[in-house]
Design a protein around this ligand. Structure first.
Ligand code: UD1
Length: 367
């Protein structure tokens, strides 16, 4: 077995988490390779992030694309097995909770290749979310559990994960945010979208908010209600495009519907917003650090730290317009400190643990 490390990325939120880890490992001279599963493939969902975040070209792109959960997960597994057999990595690093994460973990585990999970221990306790299943399986199979928030420690201990596997390192997605903070300039989107006053940003893509006709209608009603209170910009994930249009979503002067944005444009837009309404996981964390009010249109969150220590609130779609109005009226206060270890150095901590771990494994094997 050689000492190379293979990183697996596939979907949009993976890229911001992997970038600081890959860069910290490169700074330590480590042998590493990057594999893109191709779960996300539109240039606006993938290529732009590689360019903006300085990620290296993937060494392989498996080109799996979209499909049902089984089709997508199985496709990634089938394509990865021969690649792992060829590369014989010492460690596979997986990120977050998307299907690519779990598919890679299952393949690596069955081949006896140790796994490091970045963003371990998060739990929504809602098994109707595919991401919750992905989190549980990946944590169970991982040798190194990199935890981004203290509640992750409790969740892992509660399921009996050994202390030796758990490393509280902070949040690499926030490393990326802090490293690029000066590049987030709201003037750009203000000009290109012709926004001259306060505005809200909305992102909605979860199956529970867009897939069924009833859910899509609720979401459309919510967006229309928001646009009666404030200008709304909605960068629309491909998943919701058809169902929301069928449910009656129409752009108007107060509701701008735009294509998904790259990282810098999106964060610039968010930085200038008065309020963000979302069902994303990562945006709950990003708004916490930027101290921008966030209303999360979900019944639960795997990121409760953004509620207890941040700016986030869970909300039903019917209550959004009123909550936005009260935020516009100034009824909101920002926390003073970011959550612990969301300080821009998580990637370095992760790289240090991996270097140490690889060294220990090498010593054990030589005896
Ligand atoms: C996936 C993740 C979700 C994450 C989201 C971020 C899983 C189970 N879900 O959801 O946790 O919040 O990414 O974006 O992994 N599509 C395109 N172009 C693309 C990618 C997708 O048009 O480049 C469309 C396709 O119609 C596809 C649909 O979006 O069927 C859903 O894509 P998929 O990767 O299955 O899940 P996401 O909803 O993107």
């Amino acid at each position: 077995m050689n000492r190379s490390v293979v990183h697996i990325v596939g979907a949009r939120p993976n890229f911001m988490k992997a970038a600081p880890v890959i860069s910290a490992m490169a700074a330590r001279g480590m042998d590493q390779q990057l594999i893109h599963t191709g779960q996300h493939y539109d240039p606006a969902m993938s290529d732009v992030f590689f360019r903006e975040l300085g990620l290296p070209e993937p060494d392989r792109n498996l080109g799996i694309g979209s499909g049902s959960h089984a089709v997508q997960t199985a496709g990634i597994m089938l394509a990865l097995e021969p690649v792992f057999a060829e590369l014989t990595p010492s460690l596979v690093v997986v990120y977050g909770d998307v299907n690519s994460t779990t598919a890679a973990s299952l393949v690596a585990a069955k081949m006896g290749i140790p796994i490091a999970h970045v963003e371990a221990g998060l739990r929504s306790f809602d098994d109707t979310m595919p991401e919750e299943i992905n989190r549980k399986i990946t944590d169970l199979l991982s040798e190194l559990l990199f935890v981004t928030a203290p509640e992750g420690l409790e969740n892992l201990r509660a399921v009996g994960a050994p202390e030796s596997k758990i490393h509280f390192v902070g949040n690499p997605m926030i490393d990326t945010l802090l490293a690029n903070l000066e590049r987030f300039d709201p003037a750009g989107p203000r000009t290109s979208l012709d926004l001259d006053g306060a505005y809200a940003v909305a992102t909605i893509h979860r199956p529970t908010n867009v897939d069924s006709r009833a859910a899509a209608q609720r979401t459309v009603k919510m967006l229309d209600g928001m646009a009666r209170v404030i200008d709304v910009v909605l960068p629309l994930h491909p998943r919701g495009q058809r169902s929301l249009a069928e449910a009656g979503l129409r752009a108007n002067e107060r509701l701008r519907i735009i294509e998904p944005l790259g990282y810098l444009d999106f964060m610039s837009l968010v930085r200038g917003a008065t309020v963000v309404v979302t069902d994303s996981g990562g945006i709950q964390e990003e708004t916490t650090v930027l101290r921008i009010p966030c209303l999360t249109v979900r019944r639960n969150t795997e990121r409760p730290i953004t509620i207890n220590h941040g700016t986030n609130r869970l909300i039903e779609p019917e209550d959004v317009a009123e909550a936005v109005a009260s935020i516009v009226a100034g009824d909101w206060s920002a926390p003073s400190e970011p959550p612990p270890l969301w300080d821009g150095h998580a990637g370095e901590r992760i790289a240090d643990v991996i270097v140490r771990w690889l060294g220990e494994v090498a010593v054990t094997r030589s005896h």
